[in-house]
Design a binder for this molecule. Structure first.
Ligand code: A2P
Length: 273
């Protein structure tokens, strides 16, 4: 199951998140995930596990072109030249000829370098080293600015998204501009969300787990969730969400969980190196 990006390339509808995992954990998790059928793997320079992900990809026994590997530029490498260097370092750690999707991890507006950084991303795409390029944790204003200044729109904006923080306005804006919404912490880090009665009731009604109900909700919003799990059984269940659906009324019930449930950084102020 894939979704078509604005550059014409297909992206899997669901993937494996790898934060927080070290190299060994990531290698083990990704190896297992690929054997279960995961095809999208999400990492980042700042996670410190690209080498582990790369080792798993190399040994996965699946053709490279059938896998979709995403990584992200760390904040300390914003700027045109620094971004090109950051990419080369990631690519070397991953041991790959190209990455499928390269993202600016955070906009860091206080540094004022995300437009120059984006120019480097456009160059990397032209070279075929990053097949698709996108951003993460960007606001509509920030995206509009890079698009205006370079003429190139990001294919994806990866944002914090879960039922307690459903980002309705941002999702609508993405849809208007043909940007795919990718959801990080799609399970709300499994802190409280999976015990919410709305979720557990729907899980019981469908004979599914709470996590499966939440991931199904993402798919029906049109988002690409990347749940993290190091547990083989949970990895398996997180992928088994393509054979049932929530009704409009059930989606509306999930909507009652929406609120100001942000768990991670705010794109306007977050500083990350
Ligand atoms: P674990 O790695 O032990 O499975 P998110 O992707 O929203 O950040 O959530 C990640 C957290 O959710 C991790 O703590 C992970 O733990 C847990 N998790 C992942 N899948 C499931 C699941 N199917 N059921 C319960 N918890 C899960």
């Amino acid at each position: 199951m894939t979704i078509k990006l604005r550059d014409g390339r297909p992206m899997p509808r669901l993937g494996l998140g790898t934060w927080p995992m070290n190299d060994d954990q990531a290698c083990q998790a990704v190896t297992h995930a690929v054997s279960l059928g995961y095809r999208l793997i999400d990492t980042a320079a700042s996670y410190g596990n690209e080498a582990g992900v790369g080792a798993a990809v190399a040994g996965a026994g699946v053709a490279r072109e059938d896998l979709f590997v995403t990584t992200k530029l760390r904040g300390s490498q914003h700027g045109y030249d620094a971004a090109l260097r950051g990419f080369e370092e990631s690519r070397a750690r991953l041991g790959l000829d190209y990455v499928d999707l390269y993202l600016i991890h955070w906009p860091l507006p206080d540094r004022g370098l995300y437009v120059d950084t984006w120019r480097a991303f456009v160059h990397l795409r032209e070279q075929g080293l990053a097949r698709s390029i996108g951003v993460s944790n960007f606001t509509p204003e920030q995206i509009a600015r890079i698009a205006e200044e370079t003429g190139v729109w990001p294919a994806v904006n990866q944002i914090e998204l879960h039922p307690g923080f459903s980002q309705r306005a941002l999702r609508a804006w993405h849809a208007e501009h043909d940007i795919v919404t990718e959801s990080w912490s799609p399970l709300g880090r499994a802190v409280k969300l999976l015990d919410e009665p709305v979720v557990t009731d729907l899980a019981a009604a469908h004979g599914r787990t709470p996590a499966q109900v939440v991931l199904r909700w993402h798919l029906q919003l049109g988002a690409v969730p990347i749940p993290k799990s190091s547990d083989t059984e949970r990895m398996r269940q997180n992928l088994e969400v393509f054979d049932f659906s929530l009704s409009d009324e059930e989606m509306a019930r999930m909507g009652t969980l929406d609120g100001d449930g942000r768990m991670g950084g705010d794109p306007e102020t977050h500083v990350e190196f």
